[in-house]
Design a protein around this ligand. Structure first.
Ligand code: SF4
Length: 221
């Protein structure tokens, strides 16, 4: 798929997520950044969207900060969302993959402001909370939103089914290296084997599914 087409579809998914969240009130606001850690993950296509943002705005990628972040511990997923779905569908037990609590702040953060906010990946968009995480120590995310986020992740991965999923620092450094082949040491994206929607949310999420499906209608999965 031509890259411009893929990026437009990605933006449609992001816009859909924004509309999905529009009828809810969240405590998230500009300058609130406890969830902005070096553990954030994304797909290769989402990394390209950030690169496009830099090219469009003329902002320079923070290469030194990314290189510094690469020297510290961070969450590096071994499995993608759709790989996990395939394991669950086969009756297997998915391995535990916990975020690294020692990860520092996201290298794209400037003080408490995201420097690429319009192009931030879905992993960041998904982090919404009804209450102030800084005050309560944890995000308060309704189950329906959590279930919808998994659906969004499945479609975003399928859109980039020949790409990879990995840590933001690793994927941006790969992109900035000028390499065109996807990094083979990161988790390989795939099509959607089965939708991971808990039964209690089936009905509520049907309209969302109806909006997501046409975006990938001509792709397999
Ligand atoms: S990309 Fe932006 S929104 Fe996402 S974790 Fe980094 S600073 Fe926060």
């Amino acid at each position: 798929m031509p890259i411009n087409d893929a990026l437009q579809r990605l933006q449609r998914i992001y816009d859909l997520h924004e509309r999905f969240c529009a009828d809810q009130t969240f405590a998230c606001r500009r300058g609130c950044a406890p969830c902005c850690t070096a553990n954030v993950t994304l797909t290769t296509l989402e990394a390209r969207a950030i690169d496009r943002h830099w090219a469009r705005t003329g902002e320079k990628p923070p290469t030194a900060r990314l290189q510094q972040a690469a020297r510290h511990p961070r969450f590096r997923p071994r499995l993608t969302t759709n790989q996990l779905a395939a394991i669950c569908a086969a009756g297997g037990e998915p391995p535990d993959e916990a975020s690294d609590p020692a990860a520092g702040p996201c290298p794209l953060l400037n003080d408490t402001i995201c420097t690429i906010y319009p192009a931030r990946p879905f992993g960041c968009r998904a982090m919404v909370s009804h209450t102030d995480c800084a005050r309560h120590g944890t995000a308060d995310m309704p189950d329906r939103v959590l279930a919808a986020n998994t659906l969004f992740l499945q479609f975003i991965e399928a859109l980039d089914q020949n790409g990879r999923t990995g840590n933001l620092t690793d994927l941006l450094l790969w992109l900035l290296s000028g390499s065109t082949a996807p990094p083979t040491d990161l988790a390989a994206n795939r099509t959607i084997p089965v939708l991971m929607v808990p039964p209690e949310h089936h009905t509520a999420l049907l309209p969302l599914l109806g909006d997501l499906r046409p975006i990938l209608a001509d792709l397999t999965g």
